[in-house]
Design a protein around this ligand. Structure first.
Ligand code: HMH
Length: 220
């Protein structure tokens, strides 16, 4: 109905898929304290590579935003881009702590697929609306996944709490909500075919996120 935002309606409509992405056995095992640390290490190395590609993706979102001259959106996206600088340093520090050699990591299949998807946003034909919606759901999957691991009653291993805080914090949640407001405003003004493309991208992200967790937790 009119009271529900477009993005909230999608989450409700695709709830099962959304939950497979945000309550994946890998992140649930972090919450339960049963996580395989080899899997965590694998995730860490792969996600560092992902985040480097995410910087380029975010630069393309920022560029589309500037072309549309959305002044206030620009500050939020720029803030997100700036915080990725700190995030890359965090990954290096964390990799050191876990003895993961970041320079020796090569991307696994699901990561390569996801990075290719991110790269496709550099095409000018892809609209700002589709890009900002994609950005929102990518961040939201991590926020929702890791928020669980710091909820009351968690048995998250203490040495993993820093990771969970990075994406599970209240501050990161507010940032995701500000992205959601932007996405919903764009979607409300967009023609039907653009809204359809944005929903397809939303679903694609959920599938890619599930693949990313699977890749991290599998032994092969
Ligand atoms: C795979 N999805 C993946 N990695 C991340 N770091 C995020 C989302 C959130 O930034």
């Amino acid at each position: 109905g009119k009271d529900t935002s477009t993005t909230a309606a999608w989450v409700a409509r695709h709830r099962r898929l959304y939950e497979r992405a945000t309550r994946h056995p890998f992140t649930v095992s972090i919450h339960d304290g049963t996580v395989d640390l080899a899997a965590f290490r694998r995730w860490l190395g792969q996600d560092y590579m992902f985040v480097k590609e995410f910087v380029a993706f975010l630069a393309s979102v920022l560029l589309k935003c500037c072309r549309q001259s959305e002044g206030s959106d620009m500050e939020i996206i720029l803030g997100g881009l700036a915080s990725l600088s700190d995030e890359l340093s965090w990954f290096k520090k964390e990799a050191d702590k876990w003895s993961v050699g970041l320079t020796e990591v090569s991307p696994l299949k699901s990561n390569t697929l996801y990075c290719r998807f991110l790269q496709s946003f550099s095409e000018p034909e892809i609209s700002y609306t589709v890009a900002i919606t994609t950005f929102w759901i990518i961040e939201t999957v991590y926020q929702d996944s890791f928020a669980l691991c710091i909820e009351e009653g968690n048995e998250t291993p203490p040495e993993l709490l820093g990771t969970c805080q990075r994406w599970g914090s209240h501050e990161f949640k507010q940032y995701c909500q500000s992205l959601q407001i932007i996405a919903d405003r764009c979607l409300a003004e967009a023609p039907a075919d653009v809204v359809r493309s944005a929903e397809e991208a939303f679903l694609r992200v959920l599938e890619l996120e599930i693949g990313f967790w699977e890749m991290s937790s599998s032994q092969t």
